[in-house]
Design a protein around this ligand. Structure first.
Ligand SMILES: Nc1ncnc2c1ncn2[C@@H]1O[C@H](COP(=O)(O)OP(=O)(O)OP(=O)(O)O)[C@@H](O)[C@H]1O
Ligand SMILES: [Mg+2]
Length: 235
């Protein structure tokens, strides 16, 4: 059983009552990594094992279980592109389950190696929300706001793991798209993994960004197509 707010619980060999004590140093440290991940409230405490999507998308979850196993290996971690034309098939749910697995597994991986654990291990990026912030900053014409946006872009370029939710939205402006392009391009160049969700096929990145970016991503990305009709509101 997955204990709420105790992400490391499944990994303890000896599960004493104390392991989930909220004052335990390790729990404070891991929960601060989750707090820094910007996971929306409706998707909190989601892992691969308790994801409501798991049964419906069995084949995909089987592939993704092997993918999760790479998080603690010394190899380049691939990107994932979760696609379905239909909405509400569980893409964002799955992307966040993967992000949550990444955070706790990397945390343990670093702890084992006795190296410093980054304050932010992985983060969720809602493109619609960022676009709104960006619009406001460009409207206000304030150099402070633009500076803040620049820092935000640098942060997304360099964070270890990033979920880019809804990468296919076409309503975005040209200049905003070029910012997203620079985030993705920089991550690809530096071998940092990204998990995308989208309502358009991966090849459409050619139209949204450009062919070069698509070509660079393609080889290193696991593209998975979610089946079925919308399950929104079924839970
Ligand atoms: N296969 C499923 N079985 C049960 N519940 C599901 C399934 N797929 C999605 N859900 C539920 O439907 C809701 C929407 O799921 P989610 O946000 O992951 O969909 P999405 O594919 O990202 O949709 P969109 O394309 O609109 O972004 C969530 O509450 C989720 O728990
Ligand atoms: Mg979604």
């Amino acid at each position: 059983m997955e204990k709420i707010n105790c992400p490391l619980y499944p990994f303890y060999k000896v599960k004493t009552d104390d392991v989930c004590n909220e004052n335990r140093q390790e729990n404070i440290a891991i929960l601060s990594r989750y707090a820094n991940a910007n996971i929306p409230n409706e998707y909190k405490d989601l892992y691969m094992s308790n994801s409501p999507v798991k049964e419906d998308q069995e084949d995909i979850y089987e592939i993704l279980d092997s993918y999760v196993a790479t998080f603690t290996k010394d190899i380049r971690i691939k990107n994932v592109y979760l696609y379905s034309q239909e909405t509400g098939t569980g893409k964002t749910t799955t992307a966040i389950a993967l992000l949550s697995e990444y955070i706790r597994r990397r945390f343990l991986y670093y702890a084992k190696q006795k190296v410093r654990i980054p304050e932010t291990i992985g983060v969720f990026l809602d493109l619609n929300e960022l676009q709104t912030k960006y619009n406001l900053a460009s409207m206000s014409n304030s150099s402070e706001d633009m500076e803040r946006i620049k820092n935000v872009i640098e942060f997304y370029q360099s964070v270890e793991m990033l979920v880019v939710d809804d990468v296919g939205v076409r309503s975005s402006t040209e200049s905003f798209r070029s910012l997203i392009h620079s985030i993705i391009n920089s991550r690809v160049s530096n071998g940092l993994p990204t998990i995308f969700t989208s309502n358009v096929e991966m090849e459409s990145l050619t139209d949204i960004f450009d062919r070069r970016l698509y070509d660079r991503i393609r080889d290193q990305t696991l593209e998975l197509t979610f089946k079925g009709q919308s399950k929104r509101g079924m839970r």
